[in-house]
Design a protein around this ligand. Structure first.
Ligand code: PEP
Ligand code: MG
Length: 593
């Protein structure tokens, strides 16, 4: 242990992308540990040969990816398969190939240089995209380009494992192919420079239940192989070369975490029913089909929010109706799920499919996004509507329209849905006769109009992530404003109460699918409002169920009434926090350790 005492201790804050704590030795993973040589071709006659060399490297890269895929298939870890498919698609992408060969031909440079120029070009394009979800997709292109470069150099990746266990992989980013090549049984954690909640590292880490922190900026330049690391994926912290007392504290935290996780999962499938018999249905939010098994093991009874935007990411061409349909079928046919709520895509603003990006908007969050974008791009929208309707014949499906701000939008969306239904029936295709239609309540005007909107739909789903940002005028992604982003703000509570009451008056169900639904501190407040359904990140489910099962609706209503009597946000929070800590000491006290 003398290693860490001689070295500088660093505490790095990133984004916790997979919870849990791990303590171990760092393994600095460099996907491109090769020297590249860039040179001009001194004779035009060399150009065809150089292009052929590039094409051979593409072929070899594809062969390797297929081989990795084959090996992955033999293991229990099948999450990377889908993304390796995407990498193969990038390898075959016409633009990727034609631009690179154009660089070789026009500039007379070697293939390595041309691939590097191509990568730089994509990096620049992606860096200009404000949406981190989209800009993060550059990592796929980077992984593919690095593989091609490696094959051009003729060098094989050598993975060196100098130690036996407790390895924490430190990398810029980790591609699914990397995870397949790493000896995953020895990997205990990830810490990466880039990436966020939706990065592949995050998905793989969560599905394998390995603690991980991403978005650490340049941890790769601060850590050396064999440094001691603590990765706290719950808090989003990495401690490099910790002091001995830090190690002791985190060992205790780790033991506590492992024990509570075991306990949580053992009751994860129990229903969320209060002591006085009020039943809340608990669903899972997903962005990828691959997340469904984890949602189920963590106790999701249904999918309350499938964010379908991902279907567009990584694809040069617009997905076809069949692409959509096949994807939705995978969700709705899952037997363990009571139903699946497919949200029509929340594109626009700063998330655009393919090449259809219009002029940059000054304020994309309030721009041409979600339902507004869909009602303008009717063909694109109808393709998705048809696929959702067809999926409804395969398994229980609900449709959810995002960003509804007024009655006309929901009527227009319903009209298009009706048209799509009529077309499908005329074509002899099967459609469920009774697919429920929901409106997301995430714009304040929809709250004001909730009474009237409730007459238009079968259910509401409250999107607190956007509702809070619009109601309090706080950009949800601006870290400088996070201190103002308060789900327990008295104004937010009033808005939520109004939505729930309006829904119940109209005898429709009301769900919540924003992050607040999975926030244990807000759990009893939402219970007190009598929300019917809470849908959340699967990792939050066991804890929320546990709190609900140990509470009564009667007490939750009293808590809500008292909380709503305060007019200052910090007072509401202090009151709720005190209550929760007092009544659920096991759930909350450890957070402050
Ligand atoms: C929300 O706004 O709360 C929501 C669930 O939608 P998204 O986070 O995808 O905008
Ligand atoms: Mg939203």
């Amino acid at each position: 242990m003398s290693v860490y005492q001689e070295k500088k201790t660093l505490v790095l804050k990133g984004i916790g992308i997979s919870p849990g704590i791990v303590i171990g030795k760092a393994y600095l993973f460099d996907p491109l540990d090769i020297q590249l040589s860039f040179y001009k071709l001194d004779d035009v006659a060399l150009i065809p040969k150089e292009i052929q060399r590039f094409k051979n490297a593409l072929k070899e890269s594809e062969r390797q990816l297929l081989e990795i895929q084959e090996n992955v298939r033999k293991t229990k870890i099948d999450e990377p398969l889908y993304v390796i498919d995407v990498h193969i698609l990038i390898l075959k992408d016409k633009k990727f190939i034609s631009r690179t060969t154009k660089y070789i031909r026009r500039l007379g440079i070697n293939a390595e240089w041309a691939v590097r120029m191509m990568l730089d070009r994509y990096k620049k394009i992606f860096a200009d995209v404000e949406d981190t979800y989209i800009s993060g997709r550059i990592s796929d292109i980077q992984h593919v380009a690095e593989r091609v470069l490696r094959n051009l150099s003729g060098k094989k990746r050598e993975t060196v494992w100098g130690f036996d266990d407790n390895v924490i992989v430190v990398a810029q980013d980790i591609s699914p192919a990397d995870t397949a090549q790493l000896k995953m049984e020895k990997v205990r954690g990830f810490a990466t420079d880039i990436g966020g909640r939706t990065s592949h590292t995050a998905i793989v880490a969560r599905s394998m239940e390995i603690p991980a922190v991403a978005g650490l900026d340049n941890i790769t330049s601060m850590v050396q192989t064999a440094d001691i690391l603590i990765v706290d994926g719950t808090a989003g912290l990495v401690i490099v070369n910790p002091y001995p007392d830090m190690l002791t504290r985190y060992e205790e935290k780790k033991t506590h975490y492992a024990a509570s996780k075991k306990e949580y999962l053992s009751h994860a499938k129990l229903p969320a029913v209060t002591l006085d018999n009020y039943r809340v249905q608990i669903g899972g939010n997903i962005e990828f089909v691959e997340e469904i098994p984890m949602a189920i093991t963590h106790g999701a009874e249904y999918i309350g929010l499938y964010r379908t935007e991902f279907i567009y990411i990584n694809s040069e061409d617009l997905p076809t109706e069949e692409d959509h349909f096949n994807n939705y079928c995978q969700v709705v046919k899952t037997k363990e799920l009571l139903w699946s709520t497919i949200r029509t895509f929340d594109l626009g603003g700063d998330k655009f499919p393919s090449n259809s990006k219009p002029a940059k908007e000054l304020n994309p969050q309030m721009g041409l996004r979600a339902i507004r974008f869909c009602l303008k791009e009717v063909d694109l929208f109808k393709t998705q509507l048809r696929a959702i309707l067809r999926a409804s014949a395969i398994g229980k499906t609900k449709i959810l329209f995002p960003m509804i701000s007024g009655i006309e939008e929901i009527r227009e969306a319903k009209k298009l849905l009706q048209e799509a239904r009529a077309e499908l029936i005329a074509e002899g295709l099967k459609v469920a006769p009774d697919m429920e239609i929901g409106a997301m309540i995430e714009v304040p005007s929809a709250v004001v109009l909730a009474d009237k909107l409730a007459r238009e739909v079968d259910f509401f789903s409250i999107g607190t992530n956007d509702l809070i940002q619009y109601a309090l005028a706080i950009d949800r992604a601006n870290e400088h404003l996070m201190y103002l982003y308060e789900p327990l703000h008295p104004a937010v509570l009033l808005l939520l109460k109004r939505v729930v009451d309006s829904a119940h008056k109209a005898k429709i169900r009301v769900a919540m699918c924003g992050e607040m639904a999975g926030d244990p501190m807000c759990c009893l407040i939402l219970l007190g409002m009598e929300l019917d359904e809470l849908s959340m990140n699967h990792l939050a489910i066991p804890r929320i169920k546990r709190i609900i099962r140990a509470s009564s609706l009667k007490d939750a209503k009293v808590l809500l009434k008292n909380a709503m009597s305060f007019s200052v946000a910090s007072e509401v929070r202090a009151y709720v926090q005190d209550y929760m800590k007092q009544h659920f000491p096991k759930e909350f006290q450890k957070e402050e350790d």
